[in-house]
Design a binder for this molecule. Sequence first.
Ligand code: OAD
Length: 235
Amino acid sequence: MIEPKKKKIIVFSGAGMSAESGIGTFRDSGGLWEQYRIEEVATPDAWGADPEKVQQFYNMRRRQIIDAQPNRAHQMIVQLEKNYEVTVVTQNIDDLHERAGSEHVIHLHGNIRYSKSSGPNAEKAYYPIDGWELKLTDKCPDGYTLRPHVVWFGESVPVYEHAAAIMEEADILIVVGTSLNVYPAAGLIHFASHAKKKYLIDPNADELNIPKEFSVIAKGAEEGMTELLTALESL
Ligand code: OAD
């Protein structure tokens, strides 16, 4: 017997997805961008001016991410794979979706557990980092210093077209824990034009600019995903 084709769910996640794993968001009160200046740690100019400071910032973040665990919301996204074809398109540089067991994860802004060349061929190869520390003395085969595999402000998003094509295939779109402030990433939700159902989970949803076709669940990721799984059962 031929199995019916599974419907496609795309999960588009942001920092709020990992908040209940203890990883702070960027723009909530007390968020990372209140504690650090973007232009000192997350731009190509910052790296040019003070690579040690940038490296230390990402070493600190990597250490925190290694110590964190996937939360129930990450796990519920894995559960969806039983009945759906699921791809996660994440803005997060943590690897909690993968560690929860998600099979298909696209990192728009890179993956902090990897490094890449600071030279011209940065997107040709990514190198796994053993442990939390990347040093300025660590070099890649082309001789350039290794930098974190993260997209900085002012840099392009190399996987954008690929992610947009995946979005176009969505039957169901689930947006979790993003302020939809950072472009081009936030623009991706508009590619999911065929999706029959679109959900957005965010405890501060009333502060966001959300297209009207979305069903909004104004809760944290774990509670919101629990409610969403119930909603999907009755589709
Ligand atoms: P933001 O910090 O901008 O937004 C986080 C969102 O998560 C907000 O809308 C919060 O209301 C929501 N949130 C807070 N707690 C939550 C919880 N427990 N469950 C669910 N949602 C919760 O983070 P992003 O939108 O991911 O880019 O930021 C996008 C990009 O900006 C990041 O990828 C990063 C950052 O600068 C780069 O570094 C390139």
